[in-house]
Design a protein around this ligand. Sequence first.
Ligand code: DC
Length: 224
Amino acid sequence: MITVAIDGPAGAGKSTAAKLLAERMNLVHLDTGAMYRAVGLKALRLGIDCFDRESIIEMMKTTVVDVVYSDGVQHVFIDGEDVTTLIRTQEVSKAASDVSTIPEVRIKLAAFQRKFAEKYDVVMDGREIGSYVLPNAEFKFFVTASVEERARRRLEELKSKGLAAENADAGRIIEEIRSRDKTDSEREFAPLKLVEDAMVLDTTYMSIDEVVDKMICRIKGELK
Ligand code: DC
């Protein structure tokens, strides 16, 4: 079984790199952020404060998160509903980051992710895949980029999906990304963390193809 862990802060290009790597190396890509987003969406819909641990624990008892692939595209389901296209808003980004501070949410989603890695050759991207979910992953990458570049990319993504106006400015997104970086890296349980055995890829001035080429070089080099 091949397991590849890609961690890093919001908007660094982890998911895009993971998706391309999966295509080129015939791996299954699991975007774990989508699972936290689905949980965040459910909390928002129910009007639950995402930091209210007791209420979120109660909610998680009856919550079923699932991932299904259709034509190679990952779809995330919550309680049987496909929410793939509803989870990319800024509001859900924040809710996902907030609920992810609650250990019980992480324990439940990590159990799903570990089982997934037992079944498939995977590349999983998230925040703590190499440090907590799959500490024995064969290949670990930490993908990062400057805050300004990450905000620029996020804005382009939102515009391409019609979720931000063409003339929207990056200022607010920079603030949101800074705040998400803080929540993700300062939470007590399984925070975003660079582990010693991860290869760091600063993608600020790299194209996505260069990033994936570097990953493949490392993987093939070590598989020989
Ligand atoms: O990768 P993303 O932006 O879709 O993730 C959304 C939020 O979910 C992120 O701010 C923190 C949380 N998350 C996490 O805590 N652990 C993961 N493995 C993936 C995401």
